[in-house]
Design a protein around this ligand. Structure first.
Ligand code: HPA
Length: 253
């Protein structure tokens, strides 16, 4: 079963044929909200809004462990994360959709592992390729099928938030090789890997990062909403197509 984690701008999936909602308790506390079960395309899907349904949980307070654990416990076996980001690379303008291929983690103080240090030996997960190669490719081929120009690969920086970055911080990220910046990609991706859940991200560029493009003198929040709303319609179409494709390629619900 496919799990979809929706970020800013995607607190619900309008094209999901909802069957029920379930509050799932986990050893790590409460997920961001009830899990929404339904059918998308021709597949069973579970959806959760990362920031809660009223978009009330800031990135550093999202219970990533509970969200991932809850999804896994109800039978989710792969996850597409939808997230909004700021564009740093010159050709990554607002409205662009991307499937990133790498991550640099700048977050701190978040619960970032399921390993408690008391019940079992230490496990070092391989994280060379933080996103699942096959799921990334599926997203990209679905994009081609529905005629959506989606950028293949970008280095994603996970920053702590909830404030946006300074222009100098964005300069530093760029020197590090970062191309897009968001606040929720970590520890989510690493936790999915710990649970051996194939995980890929579909990112929507909401704005130019601080000091870039029309954000040279500040980020204009007025335009963010419209960009996200327009882009999330395209994301929903892609997700629906992904569910149809996966079904045909033998990936059952
Ligand atoms: N920085 C960090 N996170 C973000 C941004 C940004 O510019 N835009 C959307 N999420």
């Amino acid at each position: 079963m496919l799990g979809i984690i929706g970020g800013s701008g995607l607190t619900q999936l309008a094209n999901l044929d909802v069957s029920h909602r379930e509050i799932v308790r986990t050893p790590y506390g409460e997920p961001s909200g009830p899990l929404t079960f339904g059918r998308l395309g021709c597949q069973d899907v579970v959806f959760i809004a990362r920031h809660g349904y009223g978009h009330i949980i800031p990135p550093h307070l999202v219970n990533y462990r509970a969200n991932l654990h809850a999804m896994h416990s109800v039978g989710v076996r792969r996850i597409v994360s939808v997230a909004s980001v700021g564009g740093i690379r010159a050709d990554i303008a607002p409205g662009t959709l991307l499937v990133p291929h790498q991550i640099i983690d700048y977050t701190w103080g978040r619960e970032m592992t399921f390993q408690s240090g008391i019940d079992g030996p230490v496990v070092h997960i391989d994280f060379t390729e933080p996103y699942d190669t096959e799921l990334r490719q599926q997203l990209l081929s679905v994009a081609a099928q529905v005629g959506e120009a989606v950028v293949d690969g970008a280095v994603y920086a996970a920053t702590q938030g909830p404030r946006l970055e300074t222009a100098a911080e964005i300069d530093r990220l760029e020197r590090d090789g970062v191309e897009i910046v968001g606040m929720t990609g970590m520890p989510e991706a690493a936790l999915a890997r710990e649970l051996e859940l194939p995980y890929a991200a579909l990112c929507v560029v909401a704005n130019w990062a601080a000091g870039r493009g029309d954000s040279v003198h500040g980020i204009r929040f007025e335009s963010l909403e419209a960009v996200l709303q327009q882009a999330m319609g395209r994301v929903r179409t892609m997700l629906e197509a992904l569910c149809s494709v996966s079904r045909h390629s033998g990936e059952g619900p």
